[in-house]
Design a protein around this ligand. Structure first.
Ligand code: NCD
Length: 466
């Protein structure tokens, strides 16, 4: 092991981080301006047009001279965003570490610009108890970097019958409950889940799928599934559950959240419910915004996902709902699977695709096309999901904890397996060129991911002692 004296300095060794001339966006304060941002320790010290006037001046920034300064020089193309927050990931630990584990999953999250991720409970065993919730919290904290917020199960073993001990789960660190991967189909169980979870102010996140309508389904039900002779997953299987749950949410007044919304019908139900003040929220994934069922024509298992890729009309409804706020946030549904589950017949393949490291470039693609305004996207990836999880949002303002994501929106790169940190490479975007790259991710003042040197951003210097 090289000693710290002999290894090259890394950005995490610095006391002061300076971003010069970046376009900083914080939707909560309507900030969208070219500014300098200076971070000292865990805190954003200065935000403003000439906040980092000179390096010599940095010696004055709240500490003795000689501080090590990491200086991101004038980079007018770069976006500085509040740290991104993902409400929906599968990190596979415990139990399926060959697909992903906390270290690889949180590393992929940091590389994707996420300072915070929420981990779904469909692990082996299921996270339906305080011991697993606490293990995830402790272990992720020990790893450092991107923070993990556990989501625990709604029902024991995700079997849809017996409610979990939600008081215990909350005390152990769970920020929400979900049986994701499975739907709570019984109306009586869902009603009690909403009532019980609201006692502890835990949102209930539903995987909306009427399993009786999707038995054996391989893809969206429509012209493509008919052509391929594959059993389809009809839109109504999602819509029926969203409609029933909205009625239950209105009745119980509990916080209800729709995971990975995918149909135009579900969007319509959600919009109507919100217009009446029903406490419902929803997320959409980048892949449901970008891809259609036509991609299944080649039997590509990387495109098999739950809910399935839909049709153009659904995508258009999702765009509109994301832009107007009917859909609150973007979540990746990062679902790693190994070649064992994907290099096989479509009917044998597990559903899911990875998403953490592709979210930023894919979503910026929709911004470049004028489909979603940049400020709205930033809100949907930061404050909106944090609010649903009941956690404080990352901010770009003086005095705030430094949770930041630096993005080069015009850097072009090709998605290849060796560039992805996730243990699993199951994405249909392999081989595609994308635009937009995460440069740095800073969690509580510590650099959790840094590609600045590669992109020619880095220019670290010693501040001169006075
Ligand atoms: C999820 C997974 O792999 O855990 N897969 C997916 O396609 N979203 C579970 C699920 O929702 O089926």
């Amino acid at each position: 092991m090289p000693s710290s004296a002999s290894r090259p300095p890394s950005s995490s060794d610095y006391d002061v981080l300076v971003f010069r001339g970046v376009r900083a966006i914080d939707p909560l304060s309507n900030l969208d301006a070219i500014v300098d941002v200076v971070v000292e320790g865990k805190v954003i010290k200065r935000v403003g047009p000439n906040a980092a006037v000179s390096l010599a001046g940095l010696a004055d920034l709240g500490g003795p001279g000689g501080q090590r300064v990491f200086d991101v020089p004038h980079a007018p193309r770069a976006l500085l965003l509040p740290g991104l927050f993902d409400l929906h990931t599968h990190l596979r630990e415990p139990g399926q570490e060959y697909k992903e584990d906390l270290e690889s999953g949180l590393g992929a999250a940091a590389a994707g610009g996420f300072t915070d991720v929420c981990a779904m409970p469909n692990t082996r065993p299921v996270n339906d108890n305080r011991a697993i919730t606490e293990m995830l919290s402790y272990k992720s904290r020990a790893l450092g970097g991107t923070r993990l917020h556990p989501i625990a199960a709604i029902t024991v073993g995700q079997k849809g019958e017996v409610l979990t001990e939600m008081a215990d789960l909350k005390a152990g660190g769970a920020i929400a409950v979900s049986d994701d991967g499975y739907c709570v189909t019984r109306s009586d169980v869902m009603r009690r889940a909403l009532e019980y979870a609201s006692t502890f102010d835990l949102p209930v996140i539903q995987h909306c799928e009427d399993h009786a309508l999707t038995a054996g389904a391989q893809m969206h039900e429509g012209a493509m599934s008919t052509k391929l002779g594959l059993r389809g997953w009809p839109r109504v299987a999602e819509d029926i559950i969203v409609a029933r749950d909205v009625i239950l949410a209105e009745y119980t007044r509990a916080k209800y959240h729709v995971a990975h919304i995918s149909t135009l019908g579900a969007v319509r139900i959600l919009r109507e419910a919100k217009s009446r003040g029903v406490p419902v929220t929803a997320e959409v994934t980048p892949h449901h915004l970008l891809l259609t069922d036509a991609l299944l024509l080649g039997y590509n298992t990387a495109c098999k996902v739950n809910p399935p890729l839909r049709e153009k009309g659904d995508l258009e409804a999702l765009y509109e709902a994301l832009a107007d706020g009917t859909i609150d946030c973007v979540a990746t549904d990062h679902a790693p699977h190994s070649s064992l589950e994907k290099d096989c017949d479509l009917t044998d393949a597990s559903p899911g695709m990875i998403g953490l490291e592709l979210c930023v470039p894919l979503m910026l693609g929709l911004v470049h096309k004028g489909i979603v305004p940049l400020q709205r996207l930033v809100h949907a990836l930061t404050a909106a999901p944090a609010k649903i999880a009941g956690l404080p949002p990352s901010r770009i303002k003086e005095g705030a904890e430094a949770n930041l994501t630096l993005v080069d929106p015009s850097a072009e790169w090709t998605v290849t397996a060796d560039r992805l940190r996730s243990k699993s490479k199951n994405t249909p975007f392999l081989g595609q060129n994308v635009t937009g790259m995460v440069v740095m991710t800073i969690v509580s003042g510590v650099v959790a991911f840094d590609a600045s040197a590669k992109l020619g951003y880095e220019q670290s210097r010693q501040a001169r002692p006075k």
